[in-house]
Design a protein around this ligand. Structure first.
Ligand SMILES: Cc1cc2nc3c(=O)[nH]c(=O)nc-3n(C[C@H](O)[C@H](O)[C@H](O)COP(=O)(O)OP(=O)(O)OC[C@H]3O[C@@H](n4cnc5c(N)ncnc54)[C@H](O)[C@@H]3O)c2cc1C
Length: 387
């Protein structure tokens, strides 16, 4: 077993269920899982993981992450470090600091600029990676620098410019995938704490009004396309309230998929495919996922770049054109590779197409991705038409 040394890492748990660690309550297991409240030994651990060739994934509150694998290989690290330092106008928070707590705690100290954090239920690390934002402000507006560990275990300080923050995007999702955020420093302004608190209350009130926060979700499923809102497009396709298993497109906000209790990753992915497909059919717009899908996932339904060292994400979004097949059974087929999310309607449910009597599916390394061989696809009478 190449990863057997991981069992000896202090605190590492084997075959840990990920559902309880995810805001969504959905997930398979992690082969090895480590919850860290202290990042002192993290650089050395990352260096060792890289040397040993073991995949790793660092998560925060997993409010933006759908665990779709049966079991994630290697080590999954939940970073819960909670340090906060205020030095004049500079606020430095560790990766595991919750954004709403950051907003509240800096407000107490009379520092303004981080009120938007009250609308982002995740942690600082994930928020830097995804340039989280809400109600007109985002991480990019205040970030000065972030301390990170590279895959060789070296600690660097990246300036905000180095991070190349863009709409729900940063260099940590692409070129610097596998780098770990340790902390972030923000520039803040000064204001009266009670006025800052009022603004936080306003963010919370607006959130309660517009988002289904009483149910489990991952927030916005898709990014807004330029000049439009994904929720408006999905709503215009009549998809509000659409339900597959226990996953439902929220009645309150069409870009949220809520877990009504027992939703599975398959339910969520099939709903995402339907939302994306219907919007593409009607408006010719390809929605790009905002949530991070880890593990088995249809091509075109992850953000298209390798955002960690897991071999789970498709390499390129250029393969992500999904078109409806005329067949009632095959719905989404990648035009470039033929790989796809195969679904069929059965008693009102969508499910992954069973391999036996349809196409021969090949299971790739470590259970993570399904892909039909091109030959099987081309010879299948119902499936090859759209390739
Ligand atoms: C109800 C609800 C509302 C939401 N509203 C908003 C909103 O208004 N605006 C918004 O931007 N987002 C929103 N989100 C999404 C989410 O809260 C943010 O994206 C948040 O920044 C994610 O933080 P996290 O700790 O949960 O990250 P996770 O989901 O744990 O991780 C997200 C990504 O970052 C990586 N990552 C996490 N921590 C680190 C680290 N320390 N180092 C390196 N990589 C790391 C993970 O590997 C993963 O790729 C919402 C979510 C929910 C559930």
């Amino acid at each position: 077993m190449p990863d057997a040394w991981l069992a000896a890492v202090p605190g590492a748990r084997e075959h840990e269920p990920l559902g309880p660690h995810s805001w969504y309550g959905i997930g398979g297991r992690a082969r090895y899982f480590l919850a860290l409240d202290d990042d002192a030994g993290l650089a050395a651990l990352i260096a060792r993981l890289t040397r040993e060739g073991a995949p790793y994934l660092v998560i925060g509150a997993a409010t933006n992450t759908l665990f779709a694998a049966e079991e994630l290989p290697g080590l999954t690290i939940k970073l819960g470090t909670a340090r906060l330092a205020v030095d004049g106008s500079r606020v430095t928070a560790s990766a595991g600091y919750l954004m709403p707590k950051l907003a509240a705690d800096t407000a107490k100290k009379g520092r303004t600029g981080l009120e938007f954090g009250a609308g982002v239920p995740g942690m600082v690390g994930g928020s830097v990676v995804g340039n989280a934002g809400a109600f007109g402000r985002e991480v990019k507006d205040g970030l000065v620098s972030t301390d990170v560990i590279d895959p060789q275990g070296q600690v660097h300080t990246l300036s905000a410019a180095d991070c190349r923050l863009a709409y729900r995007d940063s260099i940590l999702k692409s070129e610097k995938a596998g780098w770990v955020v340790l902390s972030a420093t923000f520039e803040t302004g000064e204001d009266d704490p009670s006025r800052i608190r009022d603004r936080i209350k306003e963010v919370q009130r607006h959130r309660r009004q517009t988002q289904p926060i009483e149910k489990r979700s991952l927030g916005s499923t898709f990014k807004n396309p330029p000049g439009d809102a994904a929720g408006r497009l999905i709503d215009a396709c009549g998809l509000k309230g659409r339900r597959l298993g226990d996953a439902q497109i929220s009645e309150k906000h069409a870009n949220f998929i809520v877990n009504l209790g027992g939703a599975t990753a398959d339910d969520v992915l099939a709903l995402m495919a339907e939302m994306r497909n219907r919007v593409f059919e009607r408006f010719g717009i390809e929605l790009e996922p905002e949530i991070r899908v880890i593990g088995r996932a249809p091509r075109g339904l992850v953000d298209g770049r390798r955002s960690t060292r897991f071999p789970s994400c498709p390499p390129s979004r250029s393969s992500a054109r999904w078109i409806p097949s005329a067949s009632s059974r095959c719905r989404f087929i990648s035009t470039r590779t033929g790989a796809g999310w195969w679904a069929h309607r059965s008693r009102g449910w969508w499910a992954r197409m069973p391999p036996a009597n349809t196409c021969t599916f090949r299971r790739t390394r470590r259970n993570i991705r399904w892909c039909p061989p091109r030959t099987a696809l081309a010879s299948h009478p119902r499936c090859h038409r759209s390739t």
